[in-house]
Write a protein that binds this ligand. Sequence first.
Ligand SMILES: C[S@@+](CC[C@H](N)C(=O)[O-])C[C@H]1O[C@@H](n2cnc3c(N)ncnc32)[C@H](O)[C@@H]1O
Length: 237
Amino acid sequence: MNDYSAEEFLDLSKFSGLGEDPAYHPPVLSDRPRDWPLDQWDEAPRDLGYSDFSRYQWRGLRLLKDPDTQAALHDLVFELKPRTIVELGVYGGGSLAWFRDLTRLMGLDTQVIGIDRDLSRCQIPQDEMHNISLREADCNDLSTFEQLKDLAHPLIFIDDAHANTFNIMRWAVDHLLDEGDYFIIEDMIPYWYRYSPQHLIQYLSSFRDVLSMDMVYANTSPQLDRGVFRRLPKKDR
Ligand SMILES: C[S@@+](CC[C@H](N)C(=O)[O-])C[C@H]1O[C@@H](n2cnc3c(N)ncnc32)[C@H](O)[C@@H]1O
């Protein structure tokens, strides 16, 4: 097709961080055999041989958390023993199933809540939804978050939707987080620090009386880079 007037172009930034396909597909090696002969062991290619972008999965669901991030979140979940995990950004649903399975393996009774403005891409089978609930909400409309009140603590709140983050952080501090609960900004801090350092520093600093950065987890993976915050004790006003 070379007629550029034939259709409306989608905004490709819609797919950034995601890819176009929420379903997981096993890697396909197109330029080499999977069974490499051992008498040519020394000549085998050393690169991955397939796209690393949608490589991570959990039981057949795409999971957009790399292994270092998974390890750090495992440690945090084991330490905190959360009764609720809220994640903004569901996409294929892999991380919801991963959190649910992880907490279940640890013997915890944790409710995992996934929030997205478009839940249609969630790939979790209906009979795999135990302890997972999906809620439609738009980060740009905080009134749609009212449904999140009265959740059990300890609680971990992860922003993996990357829209209106600091207003959501303020809403979470005011309405949701108790002392010791977590608010995590995934992926974005290094980009914001690169492109808008003054805003970022100013915004984070404005939360100094209500949140701290937890230095056990803040430097554990590039996805969590300086984005792991813990609710401080509430002061009497
Ligand atoms: C990076 S993906 C989530 C990946 C998932 N948490 C994981 O780790 O596998 C981001 C998701 O945020 C959602 N999203 C983007 N903007 C949003 C908004 N304004 N409100 C709610 N969800 C939004 C997108 O629909 C997308 O599914």
